[in-house]
Design a protein around this ligand. Structure first.
Ligand code: DX5
Ligand code: ZN
Length: 216
């Protein structure tokens, strides 16, 4: 499979969100990455259901929803009902991750697990078999436009090995500080999905930047 690109709408222009959504619809973007933040799990608040509903109505691509919220199990059904095709929760935010992933899958969505920069890939040992996707945070979550943490590359290689060892089908997604200078290296290390916010929306040409990330 060639790699996918999932633009993070956190960096989109919320003054004219419809325009950016249409640009993404007419680009080679594969998914829409939607960052939900609660101001508790991360030191920032992004947006909630009304915005998600609006994006769902206009988007022609799968919604890749990244929950940076505590106790995400409270909202699993709601997010799937609102249109999340891929729903990712944080390892650090779940007391019963196995149950939460199975619940996501029971509603027909793909279940993802994300780990923060301080969390070791080894923590995924007993969960990689049932996850559809693992999201490696390559910045401390909460904000767009941060610098890629170099140690993340090693984690992606470790995760790729773990997935092969376990014969897991989980896809590897990377999120934070992805740009034209590191994208190729990330894919070579095993990444299946590149998330990018600032690199796409801060570039002046959304469609071209997506094309560039698709063809690195
Ligand atoms: C950060 C979010 C990211 C963010 C990425 O907490 O999870 O998805 O929007 O933004 P960039 O690509 O600008 O680092
Ligand atoms: Zn994200």
């Amino acid at each position: 499979m060639s790699h996918l690109v999932s633009p993070s709408l956190l960096s989109a222009n919320f003054g004219n969100l419809e325009k950016d959504i249409n640009l993404l619809n007419n680009s080679h973007a594969d998914w829409f990455h939607i960052d939900v933040m609660d101001g508790v799990f991360v030191p920032n608040i992004s947006f909630g259901f009304p915005i998600l509903k609006f994006i769902k109505k206009l988007s022609k691509k799968p919604l890749d929803v990244h929950l940076m919220i505590v106790q995400p199990e409270r909202y699993i059904k709601r997010f799937v009902d609102e249109g999340a095709e891929i729903l990712t929760v944080h390892y650090e935010a779940c007391n019963h991750l196995d149950r939460t992933l199975n619940e996501i899958k029971s509603y027909g969505a793909k279940a993802g697990v994300s780990i923060n920069p301080h969390s070791s890939v080894n923590l995924l040992d007993d969960i990689v078999d049932i996850a559809d996707l693992i999201l490696i945070m390559s910045v401390n979550p909460g904000f767009g436009g941060q610098k890629f943490i170099p140690n993340s590359l090693k984690k992606i290689e470790q995760l790729k090995n773990l997935i092969i060892k376990r014969n897991s089908k989980a896809l590897i997604e990377v999120d934070g500080g992805v740009d034209f200078s590191n994208a190729r290296q990330l894919i070579d290390a095993g990444v299946d999905i590149l998330v990018a916010g600032n690199t796409i929306f801060g570039s002046g040409n959304i469609v071209d930047s997506i094309e560039k990330l698709k063809s690195v």
